[in-house]
Design a protein around this ligand. Structure first.
Ligand SMILES: Cc1cc2nc3c(=O)[nH]c(=O)nc-3n(C[C@H](O)[C@H](O)[C@H](O)COP(=O)(O)OP(=O)(O)OC[C@H]3O[C@@H](n4cnc5c(N)ncnc54)[C@H](O)[C@@H]3O)c2cc1C
Length: 446
């Protein structure tokens, strides 16, 4: 979507071909038949530092539909709350007063976190092969800091175990969310279901001569040397095009590869894709007969469920709809449905006692086993750029080389990079990538 809209703005006539009946891919919403409600396949959050995702939202005119917040409430079992967030101090000290006041961390935890943050003032070299787990050991992090901050906040943002995360990615998340500026770390959430957020994409492309083709699966492609055009095979028709962006997840690209013409570099790309691995995210969607909390969202400590989103408040919809998210936990993803729901409900009651009196009206469990790709040490060697082994065919998707982990921002960036590559190949180079946010305060000097 980001590539298509940027290219349409640049003057190309773009057809966006999507296998499903709605837009959004892994970040979408749909009518869940079991509960009769439109739900996101999972809560998706963005941050102030996600400049290309915001650039895409601005292009299609939906940036006002994002609700921003800078406070992160952490709750311990039993209900005690701590709130992290910015103060008037300049970056990177802006989060310090609330961290120092947080009950969730002991004095030793706070000292060890402050030490780690100080070490991260110096950027981690991009080619470092150290894992986050090894780095935390080397920097003497306490058990509380590891469990309640590094594992819960950082590893869950990167959706993997701490030993499976390359330190440059962890450092990027820390610097962007907690150090560079107060706005970079603000959290954004859509106030409407995700696919509704993208509703302007089709009219945007149509107004510029293009179209969205839903329920249309790409099965293969041939290069017409004579006309210098691609012939894209779908189940219903063949589409001709001067340029193609293939914006699939890595396993989708692997499936398409055998249906593309042989090309030098095709095997190397296949080998890169093989090195990628999926991580799951599960979400439990609960409707109660009464409100169980006035909070919009919270981080839940020391239990299997990690995040609580109060969707009735965030999306301004009726009922008492709570969504719980469990990231990076293969064990939870393997639980049978009833057991997973019972565990989530039991844990929720430890944080919000009103759950015990409330009636559960309906529930949906969504297990996305292919939610994200991991970013273990060395993964960058397996992230190709936008240029592919084929003429006039460019790669996008969150897994291509953007420097970002598996996020909507990485997807949007990859689309903008592919759009830039097409403009250059068409002889009209232009800048499409949105610039990164500049660090503020003292971070300008680091
Ligand atoms: C449960 C869950 C929670 C997440 N939480 C967050 C979060 O909080 N914040 C965040 O930033 N990111 C989050 N992510 C990650 C984020 O959703 C992805 O990084 C992002 O959506 C990737 O976008 P993409 O366009 O690269 O790929 P996709 O979204 O996978 O899009 C690929 C598209 O290609 C289509 N397609 C596949 N094969 C074909 C074919 N043959 N022909 C035509 N179309 C095809 C698919 O239907 C899909 O629409 C989460 C992901 C999941 C699953």
């Amino acid at each position: 979507m980001s590539a298509a809209c940027a290219l349409a703005e640049a003057g190309f006539v773009v057809r966006l071909v999507e296998r499903r009946g709605y837009l959004g891919g892994r970040a979408s919403s749909y009518l869940h038949p079991g509960v009769g409600e439109v739900i996101d396949n999972c809560q998706h959050v963005l941050f102030g530092c996600c400049t290309n995702l915001q650039g895409f939202y601005k292009r299609i005119g939906v940036e006002e539909r994002i609700h921003w917040t800078s406070a992160m409430t952490m709750i311990e079992p039993g209900g005690r709350q701590s709130v992290l967030g910015p103060s008037w101090l300049p970056a990177p000290l802006h989060g310090l007063p609330r961290l120092l006041a947080a009950h969730a961390f002991t004095l030793a935890d706070k000292v060890s976190l402050a030490r780690a943050f100080r070490a991260l003032m110096k950027p981690v070299p991009a080619d470092s092969n150290e894992s986050l787990g090894a780095w935390l050991k080397r920097h003497g992090q306490t058990r509380g800091a590891v469990e309640r901050f590094w594992r819960l906040v950082i590893a869950s943002a990167l959706n993997a175990e701490i030993d499976e995360i390359a330190m440059p990615y962890a450092a990027k998340v820390i610097r962007e969310l907690f150090m560079n500026s107060a706005f970079a770390g603000s959290m954004g959430m859509s106030t409407v279901p995700l696919s509704e957020l993208y509703a302007p994409v089709a009219p945007y492309l149509e107004a510029r001569g293009g179209a969205v083709l839903l329920n249309t699966s790409v099965e293969g492609a041939e290069w017409d040397e004579e006309l210098s055009q691609w012939v894209i095979e779908t189940r219903s028709e063949a589409l001709r095009s001067d340029f193609v962006v293939v914006a699939l997840p890595f396993e989708g690209m692997a499936k398409l590869l055998p249906a593309l013409p042989a090309a030098e570099g095709g095997d190397a790309l296949a080998a890169q894709i093989k090195r990628h691995e999926h991580w799951p995210i599960c979400s439990v969607h609960l409707w109660f007969d009464r409100e169980i909390t006035e909070l919009d969202h919270a981080v839940l400590l020391d239990r299997e469920i990690h995040w609580m989103y109060n969707q009735s408040r965030l999306q301004d919809r009726g009922g008492n709809y709570i969504e719980l998210v469990v990231s990076a936990t293969r064990a939870f993803a393997a639980l049978p449905r009833d057991q997973a729901i019972a565990q989530a409900l039991g844990e929720l009651a430890e944080f919000f006692p009103r759950v015990r009196e409330a009636q559960l009206e309906k529930v949906a469990l969504i297990k996305e086993v292919r939610a994200t790709f991991g970013v273990p040490p060395g993964i960058d060697a397996s992230r190709p750029g936008a240029i592919s082994p084929w003429p006039n065919l460019f790669l996008a998707g969150d897994w291509v080389q953007t420097g970002w982990p598996s996020t909507m921002e990485s997807g949007a960036r990859s689309g903008h990079l592919a759009a830039e590559a097409i403009c250059a190949a068409a002889g009209a180079p232009q800048k499409i990538l949105d610039a990164d946010l500049q660090p503020t305060g003292l971070m300008r000097f680091f």
